[in-house]
Design a protein around this ligand. Structure first.
Ligand code: 13P
Ligand code: SF4
Length: 382
């Protein structure tokens, strides 16, 4: 079994404490029918859910899976979902790029996005005929809220000769104003492709200044950016990496490219959430730390029982808004439907399609680590 090693100050987990009271409140009982539907699922989460908690969780899982079948719904679950959602009710799991590709092709009437709001918007942009639901309207993202469509219009007025790439962590309004989207799986590929198409030596990559700086270190293209940041990943520092190496000799340190550049400089490997999961699977390091959101370690640990995980945990409060309880409620009530004005959707789709039309890579692109951080121009919002 993978060992989860707590490596320092924990973070408050807003996941509601479950007990039989929850099941009673929802009118769901842990009866023979629920047991028959869920007994085989418990081993998938037994490292995270105690036998005492399971009678409260199992009825929710059974009810959600029944409703999905009844309503022809699928759940797209991001790698940052808690293991109960990720492993027990998620139909498709992955990073932002994988979930966007699934949304474009999925054969269902309803998509429930187990992720944050911009991900649900991406699904709606790509699958307009489907009903897209998100179980909490509070599941935002500090990157998505750092920039508006009007900001991008002003950027384009100021720099009309440079293509504007938006990280997929933005609203539909922002995507609609940009020339192409990228994710952390393909950012360098997108930047180089759009620079070539525009015959430009400079590309504007918004809104994540750290992702942009990390991409700049990987390419000869000049990159300008925007002062946005992920509130989870910006908390990691090179000092953390040093402290982890001291406390856990031999630990392999993996980082998400939303981390500041000095973190990538001192990490052993960097990439999207899917790239990090692939690394652990392929390399089976004895002891590993993922410098990213907390639940990622839970989910990757569950699939790699021989690997020990050190966990300097930073939690995304937005991702944690999504719970089994509110997924059940949103599917039951068909509430929190994501809608996008058609003129915006069509323009945003063009930016996503431009990304999806690039040659599909077999694996997400890794970010080279050990590179000196690059200073790049950060566009002032005023
Ligand atoms: P990925 O595309 O790597 O899954 O990242 C999404 C995200 O929000 C990371 O914070
Ligand atoms: Fe946004 Fe950061 Fe949360 Fe990802 S981890 S959803 S980038 S706030």
């Amino acid at each position: 079994m993978a060992r989860l090693i707590d490596a320092g100050p924990g973070c408050p987990t807003p996941t509601p404490l479950r007990g039989t009271a929850v099941a009673e409140e929802t009118g769901l009982a842990y009866d023979e029918s629920v047991k028959a539907k869920t007994d085989h699922l418990y081993p998938l989460v037994s490292d995270f859910i105690t036998p005492m908690e399971w009678p409260a969780v199992a009825p929710l899982v059974a009810a959600i899976n029944d409703l999905k079948a009844e309503k022809n719904a699928v759940i797209l679950a991001h790698n940052y979902m808690t293991p109960d959602i990720f492993r027990l009710v998620g139909d498709f799991r992955g990073d932002s790029l994988q979930l966007a590709r699934e949304a474009a092709n999925v054969d269902a009437d309803i998509i429930v996005q187990a992720g944050v709001h911009f991900m649900a918007e991406t699904s709606k942009i790509l699958a307009p005929s489907k009903t897209v639901l998100i179980s909490s309207l509070e599941a935002g993202c500090s990157l998505a809220s750092s920039i508006t469509g009007q900001d991008v219009r002003l950027i384009k007025e100021r720099y009309p000769n440079y293509p504007v790439v938006t990280y997929v962590n933005t609203t539909a309004d922002v995507k609609a104003e940009c020339h192409i989207t990228c994710t952390s799986s393909n950012a360098a590929q997108v930047v180089e492709a759009i620079a070539k198409e525009w015959n430009s030596d400079t590309v504007i990559l918004v809104p994540d200044q750290y992702l942009a700086k990390n991409v700049a270190a990987q390419t000869d293209i000049r990159i300008m950016t925007w002062p946005g940041a992920c509130e989870v990943h910006e908390l990691f520092s090179a000092d953390d990496v040093e402290a982890l190496r001291e406390a856990h000799p031999g630990v392999v340190i993996l980082a998400h490219p939303e981390c500041p550049p000095d973190v990538l400089e001192s990490a052993d490997f960097a990439g999207s959430t899917a790239a990090l999961a692939n690394y652990v699977k392929d390399e089976s390091p004895a002891k590993v730390v993922l410098l990213t959101e907390c639940s990622m370690s839970d989910n990757v640990a569950a699939e790699n029982p021989g690997v020990d995980f050190v966990r300097p945990c930073n939690l995304c409060p937005h991702m944690k808004r999504i719970t089994l309880e509110n997924i059940l409620e949103c599917l039951t009530e068909m509430q929190h439907e994501v809608t996008i004005e058609e003129s915006v959707r069509v323009k945003a789709k063009a930016a996503i399609d431009a990304m999806l039309a690039l040659p599909k890579m077999e694996n997400p692109l890794a970010f080279e680590t050990g590179l000196a951080p690059m200073e790049i121009e950060v566009i002032s919002p005023s």
